[in-house]
Design a binder for this molecule. Structure first.
Ligand code: HEC
Ligand code: HEC
Ligand code: HEC
Length: 210
C-alpha cells in the first residue's frame, strides 16, 4: 500500500510541539495540553531562551540552579533567591512573573539609574510610536516613557533602531530570534507570550470590515 504523506516521528514531534506553543501563548497560566505526539520532556526544551515554556516548579530557581550563575562561584550562594526577593512585588503572567513597570510605578523598587552615581536621574521621554500591523492583530504601541525609566537612549539608538519613525523593519520572526524588540523582550524584559502588552492599540473596526 502506498502512503500519501510520509509522516516521520520528527514531524509528529514538531507538530505536537507547535500546538503546545500555541496553547501556552494563548493562556500562559494553564498547564500545556497533553498530546500523544509530544513527550513532556521535549516540550520543556523548546524555546527556553524566550522563557515561554518553563514549568511552574522551575520558575525563578535559586541562583546555583538557575543556569545563569556559576554554581561553583563563591558569591552565588550568598545571593538572595529570586522567589524570596520577588514575593512582595506585583505579579505578571510571564517572564520572571514580576510586573516591573508596576513595581517601579508603586515605588516597590528604587533602582539606581547610574551604577556609580546614586543621584543620577533618568531622562524620561514621552513619545509613543505606533507601528501598524497588517491583518487582525492590534497595532503595536512602543512607549518611550516606560523604556527611558530604565534605559539610556544609546541602549537602542542607533544600533538596534534608527531613531526615525518607520525607518526600521520589525517582524515577529526577528523578535523571536532575539533581534529588534527581542534583544530585550524574552531575556531581560517581559517575553513574547504577552502579545497584548505590545499589540495594545485596537484597530478601527470600520477599516477592518473593508
Ligand atoms: C528600548 C529602545 C529605545 C530607547 C531606550 C529609546 N528609543 Fe527612541 N525609538 C525606539 C523605537 C522602536 C522607535 C521607532 C522606530 C521606528 O518606528 O522605526 C524610536 C523612535 C525615536 C525617534 C523618532 C521619532 C519620530 O517621530 O520619527 C526619536 C527622535 C527617538 N526615538 C529618540 C529617542 C531618545 C531621545 C531617547 C532617549 C531619551 C530614546 N529615543 C530612547 C526605541 C527606543
Ligand atoms: C515585545 C513586543 C511584542 C510582543 C510581546 C508581541 N509582538 Fe507581535 N509584533 C511586534 C512588532 C514590533 C511587530 C512589527 C510591527 C510592524 O510591522 O512594524 C509585530 C508584528 C506582528 C505580526 C505581523 C506579522 C509579523 O510576523 O511581523 C503579527 C501577526 C504578530 N506580531 C503577532 C503576535 C502574537 C500572536 C504575539 C503573542 C504570541 C505577539 N505578536 C507578541 C511586537 C510584539
Ligand atoms: C534595550 C531593551 C529593550 C528593547 C530593545 C525593547 N524593550 Fe520594551 N521594555 C524593556 C524594559 C526593560 C521594559 C520594562 C520591564 C518590563 O516590562 O519587563 C520594557 C517595557 C515595555 C512595555 C511596557 C509594558 C507595560 O507593562 O506597560 C512595552 C509595551 C514594550 N516594552 C514594548 C516594546 C516594543 C514594541 C519594542 C520594540 C519596538 C521594545 N519594547 C523594545 C526593554 C526593551
Amino acid at each position: 500500500m502506498k502512503r500519501l504523506f510520509p509522516i516521520t516521528p520528527a514531524l509528529l514531534c514538531l507538530l505536537g510541539g507547535l500546538s503546545i506553543a500555541v496553547v501556552e501563548a494563548a493562556a500562559p497560566a494553564d498547564p500545556p495540553a497533553k498530546t500523544e505526539a509530544a513527550p513532556a520532556a521535549s516540550a520543556a526544551q523548546v524555546n527556553t531562551f524566550n522563557r515561554l515554556m518553563t514549568p511552574k516548579s522551575d520558575r525563578n530557581q535559586p541562583p546555583p540552579l538557575d543556569g545563569i550563575h556559576d554554581p561553583e562561584g563563591p558569591g552565588t550562594k550568598t545571593l538572595q533567591a529570586p522567589r524570596d526577593a520577588f514575593s512582595a512585588l506585583p505579579k505578571s503572567s510571564g517572564g520572571n512573573y514580576v510586573n516591573w513597570v508596576q513595581a517601579l510605578k508603586d515605588k516597590a523598587i528604587n533602582p539606581r539609574y547610574d551604577r556609580l552615581n546614586p543621584k543620577e536621574e533618568p531622562m524620561i521621554m514621552e513619545l509613543d510610536i505606533v507601528r501598524e500591523v497588517k491583518g487582525f492583530m492590534p497595532d503595536v504601541v512602543y512607549p518611550h516613557d516606560r523604556h527611558t525609566q530604565w534605559l539610556d537612549c544609546s541602549n537602542c539608538h542607533p544600533d538596534i533602531f534608527v531613531p526615525q519613525k518607520g525607518a526600521n523593519t520589525i517582524s515577529m520572526a526577528q523578535i523571536l530570534m532575539g533581534q529588534k524588540c527581542g534583544v530585550c523582550h524574552g531575556k531581560v524584559a517581559f517575553p513574547v507570550s504577552e502579545c497584548r502588552l505590545c499589540h495594545s492599540k485596537k484597530k478601527d473596526q470600520a477599516l477592518l470590515k473593508k
